[in-house]
Structure formats: C-alpha cells, structure tokens
Design a protein around this ligand. Structure first.
Ligand code: AP5
Length: 193
C-alpha cells in the first residue's frame, strides 16, 4: 500500500483516435513510464474468452462505457503488478467519467496531472476510419465511432473541467502530425521531471 501511495500517476485523456496510445508510446520511450491503457486491458480480457470478457464485449462494440468496477479492478491489478519495475504510470483512457476519477484517487493514488489531447471530431473520425481498414478493431466503424464521440463529449468532457478547476490539466492540440504533437508533449513531460 505504501508503494502504491508513493507512485506517480498521469491520466491521459482525449476523444477516440485523439492519439493517446501513439503519444504514450513516445513518452515511454523517452521517459520510462509504465503505460497502461484501459482499452487494451479490456480488449485483453475480451480476447481471453472469460465470462467477464463476454459481458464487456457487447458494450465496447456499441461504444458505451463499461461498468467502472470492471475497469478500475483491471487497472489496479496492472499497477500493482508493475510496481516493482517503476513508480511512474501513464493511465491512458481513464477516467472517462467523473466517478472513475474520484474512485481511482480515493482507492489507489491521486493523479499528479492530466494530459488532454484536443482534436476535432472530423479529424478523429477520419483517423479511426483509416485505422479500421487494417486494425481489426471492431469499434472502428462509422456507427460506433459516432457513438464513441458522443460518449466522450457527454461523459468525459466533465472530467476535464473537473481537473481544470484543480489546475491539473495540460491541454495539447493534437490536430497536427504525430511528431509536432510530441514536441509539446515532451516539453510538458520535461517540465514535470
Ligand atoms: P480505447 O481503447 O481507450 O479507445 P479510444 O479512446 O476510442 O481511443 P483509441 O485507442 O481508439 O485511440 P487513441 O486516442 O489511443 O489514438 P491512437 O494513438 O490509437 O477504448 C475502447 C472502448 O473500451 C471504449 O469505447 C469503452 O467501451 C471501453 N473503455 C475503455 N476505457 C474505459 C473506461 N475508462 N471506462 C469505461 N469503458 C472504457 O491513434 C489513432 C489512429 O490515428 C492511429 O492509426 C494513429 O496512427 C493515428 N494518429 C495518432 N495521432 C496522429 C496524428 N497526430 N496525426 C495523424 N495520425 C495520427
């Protein structure tokens, strides 16, 4: 528990296809954080063929949020099992609703900052449609992308305002190319070292 409380957590938030995973990979390369993506953890659970995975699958295919307890449990287990390696975590795709942030900070550790990638719906949609051609992600289709965007605007944007009021949000426009976005991300990470 002490090790948990001593860890450093950065939440990484942004709409679907805003570049969270892409930029997290860059941060890991240069700053050595442990990257935990809630979406990847959930997809692994689905792939495992477990009963829990079966329940999550339909929700994810619709572009809705899965129940908080499911994702919080997966994240907590992943953090604990990586604690011997590092104390610094990028939590990608979480929190996606206010209650998720409150519970994480109460049960695990308060976040030190929130990285928010701001991108227009049109850009996110075209990136995901492009990725969908080869990724095999069942949620990268027009109908589900529309729903994922709606879920982001309705449920996740209030999370951003909540942390903005605490002065914890670094908002980065991620409309431009991957390398250009990373210039800003890197500056921010360096300022936090
Ligand atoms: P999740 O896996 O988190 O998906 P997402 O938020 O929709 O975002 P993506 O992973 O698709 O995109 P990304 O922002 O990481 O962008 P990427 O770098 O890949 O969630 C999936 C589902 O799981 C949810 O719908 C929900 O059901 C469930 N879920 C997950 N977390 C949950 C939670 N906390 N609570 C409840 N449910 C949860 O980039 C996308 C593409 O664009 C790539 O092809 C990339 O190469 C390209 N690209 C990236 N940046 C740029 C750039 N700057 N310029 C050009 N192309 C770029």
């Amino acid at each position: 528990d002490k090790a948990l409380k001593d860890s450093k957590v950065v939440f990484v938030i942004g709409g679907p296809g805003s570049g969270k995973g892409t930029q997290c990979a860059n941060i890991v390369r240069d700053f050595g954080f442990c990257h935990l993506s809630s979406g990847d953890l959930l997809r692994d659970e689905v792939k495992s063929g477990s009963e829990r995975g079966e329940r999550l699958k339909a929700t994810m295919e619709r572009g809705d949020l899965v129940p908080m307890e499911e994702v919080l449990g997966l994240l907590k287990d992943a953090i604990v099992s990586n604690l011997t390696e590092t104390k610094c975590f990028l939590i990608d795709g979480y929190p996606r609703e206010l209650e998720q942030g409150v519970r994480f900070e109460r049960d695990i550790v308060p976040c030190s900052s929130v990285l928010y990638f701001d991108v227009s719906d049109a850009t996110m949609t075209s990136r995901l449609l492009e990725r969908g051609k080869s990724s095999g992600r069942v949620d990268d289709n027009e109908v589900t992308i529309r729903k994922r965007l709606e879920t982001f605007h309705n449920q996740t944007e209030p999370v951003i305002s909540f942390y903005e009021r605490q002065g914890k949000v670094k908002k980065i426009s991620a409309e431009t190319g991957i390398d250009e976005v990373y210039v800003e991300v890197k500056k921010f990470m360096e300022s936090k070292q």
